[in-house]
Ligand binder design. Structure first.
Ligand SMILES: NC(=O)c1ccc[n+]([C@@H]2O[C@H](COP(=O)([O-])OP(=O)(O)OC[C@H]3O[C@@H](n4cnc5c(N)ncnc54)[C@H](O)[C@@H]3O)[C@@H](O)[C@H]2O)c1
Length: 346
């Protein structure tokens, strides 16, 4: 079935279960790699996320968290697709039995402007975030990395590990979560799925000892990974802009890379400082960053890792192009598999 056989007002709704069945870690990592390349070569139009702050983020936190609704628009010329992610984030929503983050991706055709699909954007976000961590690690971690520490055993812990498994010969995983039950279910599920040993550590410091790659993917409001605990040769994947990672890592390590300057400077020294991510005004500056992946490291303008002893960290807060390109892939895969539900909107 192709969209061409459908009325122009029909769109394909693709739910979370379908996204998770259709989008393999391998396909997602490949799409994220392509997207970074397209961003670096100027084949993508995107804005930084449009942040609509529901509450004053500099004021006291309301009962269910400082709410923010965000739009992530991007047009990926090589795919002939544009998409926008519409995301709501309320940190303490689980306290009212709602997810902290919920998102939808609307995919359109750039030749005609017609809407094509409405995709569960939460699962796409989870997977593309693991994907960009893995792409950062491809350039910044030792290629033979086989021991991974996962700090925070939730959605991102899972997608980070799956995506790293596409690029690295992982043999051992050490997991830590503040909730023991989360670590236990993670260990059982991921051990079975990936066929690797997953040990549970009693502290973050114990979990990261001897790790080749450390993923810090918690919802902790303060740093849980401290700089002196990270050994020579280790790479850190940090998903929260130093909210849960000691910001000293940025300056004390050999290299701090970001995904793409135009996105990541927003939370380093731009309007998101103090609002999204963990940095406060004046904590860090562009000059502290070694390079970005999209426009410097991938095109070969600056090297990634240099030798076995460097301590490296990559942090990227997610650019709209990643959601758009991954959601467009989900649409194509759904058409191939005859998956999803068509609805007519006009
Ligand atoms: N950079 C990006 O583009 C991007 C995208 C999506 C999510 N994120 C961030 O990734 C983080 C994880 O998201 P998720 O969807 O996996 O959340 P989740 O709720 O599924 O999992 C978070 C886990 O962290 C654990 N945790 C909380 N405090 C901890 C602590 N002090 N020590 C150890 N573990 C702790 C929780 O128990 C939970 O198991 C969030 O902070 C989110 O904002 C970043």
């Amino acid at each position: 079935m192709s969209k061409g056989d459908r009325h122009p007002g029909e769109i394909l709704v693709i739910n979370r279960t379908e996204v998770e069945e259709l989008l393999s870690p391998q396909a997602c990592v490949e799409r994220v790699l392509d997207t970074f390349r397209w961003v670096g070569s100027g084949e993508v139009e995107q804005t930084n996320p449009v942040n609509l702050y529901v509450h004053d983020r500099l004021g006291p936190e309301p009962e269910y968290g400082h709410g923010v609704v965000q739009a992530f628009p991007a047009m990926i010329r090589p795919l002939h697709r544009a998409a926008v992610k519409w995301l709501g984030s309320y940190r303490k929503n689980p306290g009212r039995d709602l997810p902290a983050i919920s998102a939808l991706d609307l995919v359109t055709d750039i030749e005609t402007g017609m809407p094509l699909a409405l995709v569960d954007g939460t699962s796409v976000t989870n997977m593309r975030t693991g994907g960009h961590a893995a792409v950062g690690a491809k350039y910044m971690a030792r290629p033979e990395s086989e021991t991974v520490a996962i700090i925070g055993c939730g959605n991102e812990g899972r997608t980070h590990l799956r995506a790293l498994g596409v690029l690295f010969p992982i043999r051992r995983v050490v997991a830590f979560d503040i909730h023991e039950s989360a670590a236990a279910s993670f260990a059982e599920e991921m051990g079975n799925e990936l066929g690797v040993t997953v040990d549970i550590a009693s502290s973050v410091e114990a979990a990261v000892a001897g790790a080749d790659i450390i993923c810090v993917v918690t919802t902790a409001p303060q740093p849980v990974l401290m700089e002196p605990w990270v050994e020579a040769g280790t790479h850190v994947c940090a998903a929260t802009g130093f909210r849960d990672v000691d910001k000293t890592c940025a300056t004390a390590f050999d290299k701090w890379a970001v995904g793409w300057y135009r996105r990541d400077l927003e939370w380093v020294e731009g309007p998101e400082v103090g609002r999204i991510g963990g940095l406060q005004p004046g904590d860090l500056w562009k000059d502290d960053i070694y390079a970005d992946i999209a426009s410097e490291i991938m095109p070969g303008l600056r090297p990634g890792r240099d030798g076995d002893e460097e301590r490296t960290i990559m942090t990227h807060m997610g650019m709209p192009a990643l959601d758009a390109a991954a959601a467009a892939l989900v649409f194509d895969l759904a058409l191939e598999a005859d998956a999803g539900t068509w609805i007519r909107v006009f």
